[in-house]
Design a protein. Structure first.
Length: 216
């Protein structure tokens, strides 16, 4: 956990359990609100790499939906780049959702625009603690593409194992181009996230300044 000048930051890694554990550490350290900031995959074909997902609610596969804090959401929506931000619903899954077919099914069954593996876990911790919650996720992979099998196989234990990724590419070298393309899209998403979190910019202030209202 790191303390910034205006916020506390916990880098959880990938997945539901890691995100929930990081959120609980922040609550125990005195956090007054929780934000889930990171990347996501698109379920809606309108979302390209680098698009910003500012969900009005996050959803788990069982169907439960947890809303974002309304005033916090409005404050952030007003300062994020116009034309680059999408509202709607964000799905959180416990396993990676990497195939085009699976993305299409999830889109149809949940009406969610994007998917991640952390936000609903953080939202649940916030709800249990009575704290405001918001999520900001930047799109990496689009709805119309499959994630490389080597990447999916390497995505374990809250991170992507480089050893497993290289082993997977050794068995399926034809996936190397797709992995390189995905890495480029990840760099795009990270650049967008860096812009949102840049100290002194309106988006950073809106992300870290909360009215102090408890969650409802």
């Amino acid at each position: 956990m790191h303390r910034l000048s205006d916020a506390m930051l916990a880098v959880s890694g990938m997945g539901w359990d890691a995100a929930a554990a990081a959120a609980r550490r922040l609550v125990q350290a005195g956090a007054m609100a929780l934000a889930s900031v990171g990347t996501a995959g698109a379920l809606d074909r309108a979302l390209e790499s680098g698009a910003i997902m500012l969900p009005e609610e996050v959803v788990v596969p069982e169907g439960d939906a947890l809303p974002a804090h309304a005033r916090w959401w409005e404050a952030l929506a007003q300062v994020l780049p116009r034309g680059q931000v999408y509202a709607g619903r964000l799905l959180t899954t416990r396993l990676p959702l990497g195939l085009r077919l699976d993305k299409a099914i999830a889109r149809r069954e949940t009406d969610c625009m994007a998917v991640d593996m952390e936000s609903a876990a953080i939202a649940q911790v916030a709800a249990e603690a009575g704290l405001p919650f918001i999520a900001v996720r930047v799109i990496v992979d689009t709805a119309g593409e499959d994630l490389p099998g080597a990447v999916l196989a390497a995505s374990t234990q809250a991170k992507v194992s480089i050893g497993r990724l290289l082993a997977g590419l050794a068995l399926a070298p034809w996936e190397a181009r797709a992995v390189i393309r995905l890495a480029g899209r990840f760099r795009i998403a990270c650049a967008v996230l860096a812009g949102i979190g840049e100290p002194g910019l309106p988006a950073r202030r809106a992300l870290t300044e909360v009215s102090g209202e408890r969650a409802h």
